[in-house]
Design a protein around this ligand. Structure first.
Ligand code: SAM
Ligand code: SF4
Length: 330
């Protein structure tokens, strides 16, 4: 019998986000500072340790996994990790969130390893704004990565764009048109106070504004028939049948009440919320000659049991975590 990871608020946790590295080949201003000290490579969980953690989490009801980072494709041989995770009993869904820079090279091997679901982050198609936002060049590589992934057979492919005022006004419509053309699902993410630069509420572009622009300049939208009010993204279909748009409205429509996520950082810290202020170091439990599966299991159960009600971004009680996004795993 599956013993679920249920918290005090009745939320069942089946969704594990695994960060495989804190390193990144971009420096998105909203996510990480330019100068960072990365975790020593020896401190990163090995693939075997990650798989061991998943083997403990799966019987507790975890069936969905997302690989993230940092930039996960910077971790050598990521396809091998996918190959190790896919056969774990209970794991039914593995996805990857990437900035896409290295995707063209790796799409084939990842697909062959069994990966199907991809989220590629792309905030703009404009090379100048890409450089401003990411402090690096490479928009053409991301686009090439997306097209390579499509050609290989990935699906669904989602394009994640952070909605920041001063940028997204220019990019929302071109991104929507690009995604409709190639059959990618566009997902806007409301700008969250978790990155490196000082976040200001005025820079957040809310869901309703994005929807207005798309309805005005792209095509009418209506809530998707399979719209799940508990899911993080609000999904809308274009009335002309050409695609779907999602909005992750962490500020204007927080989804904490139905949150099903737990996270493990690249250096083995278990977190029960993106915004958590405490975490549990599970690496020592994994890094013993024989992993302490009882301690790992208890750590998971206790972490979920202690989970708070929500992130409080919209209240004076909110406290920004010390870690920036790239060290947690978005
Ligand atoms: N490097 C990969 C990528 O960019 O897709 C994976 C890690 S990244 C931290 C995961 C997601 O978090 C990306 O879609 C990114 O846009 C998003 N993100 C980072 N900082 C954010 C912020 N301050 N607010 C909202 N989304 C953010
Ligand atoms: Fe790197 Fe992704 Fe963060 Fe950008 S959002 S700096 S690509 S980890």
């Amino acid at each position: 019998m599956i013993e679920n990871l249920v918290d005090r608020f009745g939320r069942i946790h089946n969704n594990l986000r695994i960060s495989v590295t804190d390193r990144c080949n971009l420096r998105c201003t909203y996510c990480m500072p330019e100068d960072v000290t990365f975790v020593d490579r020896g401190e990163l969980l090995t693939f075997e340790e990650i798989a061991q953690f998943v083997r403990v989490a799966a019987p507790l009801g975890v069936n969905k996994i997302r690989l993230t980072g940092g930039e996960p494709l910077m971790r050598k041989g990521l396809d091998n990790l996918v190959r190790m995770l896919t056969p774990i009993p209970g794991i039914t869904d593995i996805g990857l969130t990437t900035n896409g820079l290295l995707l063209a090279d790796q799409a084939e091997s990842l697909f062959a390893a069994g990966l199907r679901r991809l989220n590629v982050s792309l905030d703009t198609l404009d090379p100048g704004r890409f450089r401003e936002l990411t402090r690096r060049d490479g928009v053409e590589k991301v686009i090439a990565g997306l097209l390579a992934a499509k050609a290989v057979g990935f699906g669904p492919i989602k394009v994640n764009a952070v909605a920041i005022r001063g940028f997204i006004e220019h990019d929302a419509v071109p991104l929507a048109q690009f995604c409709r053309k190639y059959g990618f699902e566009l997902r806007f993410i409301e700008y969250m106070p978790i990155g490196a630069e000082s976040w200001e509420r005025e820079k957040v572009v809310y869901a309703h504004e994005l929807l207005e622009w798309l309805e005005r300049d792209v095509a009418p939208l209506s809530p998707s028939p399979d719209y799940d009010p508990r899911a993080p993204a609000m999904d809308f279909d274009y009335a002309d049948g050409k695609g779907r748009v999602g909005i992750i409205a962490s500020l204007s429509r927080p989804f904490c009440r139905s949150c099903n996520r737990i996270r493990i950082t690249a250096d083995g810290k278990l977190r029960n919320c993106l915004f958590a202020l405490n975490e549990t170091d599970v690496k020592p439990m994994l890094r013993r000659p024989i992993p302490d599966t009882v301690a790992l299991r208890n750590a998971l159960i206790d972490s979920v049991a202690e989970k708070w009600e929500g992130h409080e971004i919209n209240t004076a009680k909110f406290v920004k975590p010390l870690r920036t996004m790239h060290t947690i795993g978005g």
